[in-house]
Design a protein around this ligand. Structure first.
Ligand code: ADP
Length: 173
């Protein structure tokens, strides 16, 4: 990309961040000078972790990754991208199913704000990993150690044992 300083934002829910997201981040580091992982504070989605908790988990994971930062944002991704003077939006791809939705999103973002989107494909081993699936498996007590970082695993365990206790308390009380 020549001598120009290139800043990318990687927007998403990251509820929670998975090894698939991290794989995309590590690949993207080779392409951009600065990469901001941007946790969306969307009011519509069913959330497990608060935006602050999600940011904290990501911050713990990127301490050794130069040029990578994390923050949260509210509202439209394109408006945030313009505000942060991002040159590109980064998104990860797992499968052809992702392409259809992402294509539409990228076209819309370019049409309304002139912002380009760059896609990076994840490693095959994470092609089926989604935050939704992680939340479901964790709630049922399944083994997720290959799919999420250790700090996320720990928080999920804490969250679901808390939920279990609450349910037990409710049944007894
Ligand atoms: P959103 O709710 O905006 O889709 P996500 O946190 O689910 O946010 O995902 C953020 C980005 O990371 C999206 O581009 C998504 O396609 C991508 N992504 C999600 N899971 C993976 C994975 N396992 N490997 C690579 N990219 C992924």
């Amino acid at each position: 990309m020549g001598n120009k300083f290139v800043r990318a934002i990687f927007p998403g829910s990251f509820d929670p961040i998975t090894n698939g997201h991290l794989d995309v981040v590590k690949r993207a580091m080779r392409l951009f000078d600065e990469l901001i992982i941007a946790v969306g504070r969307s009011p519509v989605k069913n959330q497990l972790f608060t935006p602050q908790e999600r940011v904290e988990m990501i911050a713990e994971l990127i301490t050794d990754l130069p040029g990578v930062a994390v923050e949260s944002f509210e509202g439209l991704t394109v408006e945030y991208a313009i505000r942060r003077k991002a040159d590109v939006i980064l998104r990860g791809l797992r499968s052809l199913t992702d392409v259809q939705y992402e294509f539409q999103l990228a076209m819309t973002n370019r049409a309304v704000a002139g912002v380009e989107t760059v896609f990076i494909m994840t490693s095959e081993q994470y092609g089926f990993t989604s935050s939704t699936l992680i939340r479901e498996i964790a709630s049922l007590g399944g083994d997720l150690s290959n799919l999420i970082p250790a700090n996320v695993h720990k928080r999920l365990e804490g969250r679901f044992s808390k939920l279990k206790h609450k349910a037990e308390d409710a049944m007894q009380g």
